[in-house]
Design a protein around this ligand. Sequence first.
Ligand SMILES: [Zn+2]
Length: 74
Amino acid sequence: MGVLSTLKETLQASTQSGNRGDVTEGESKGAYWCHDCDERIRDVDAPGEGPPNCPDCGGEMTFERSVGSTGCAC
Ligand SMILES: [Zn+2]
């Protein structure tokens, strides 16, 4: 079983080195918020570059990084 366990360790190592299977989660760094309207647009869904305008009030939305998967580097 030595080969199998070695192979398993190699797979786990390459997984931890950053190439996650979930593309959507990996590319999304956060979301834009309009706190007045509680509107939320993910950065991957935002058109173009920079903060989009709130579809409700037209104000500039605030970017907030998502906490969780990328919150801790250790
Ligand atoms: Zn708004």
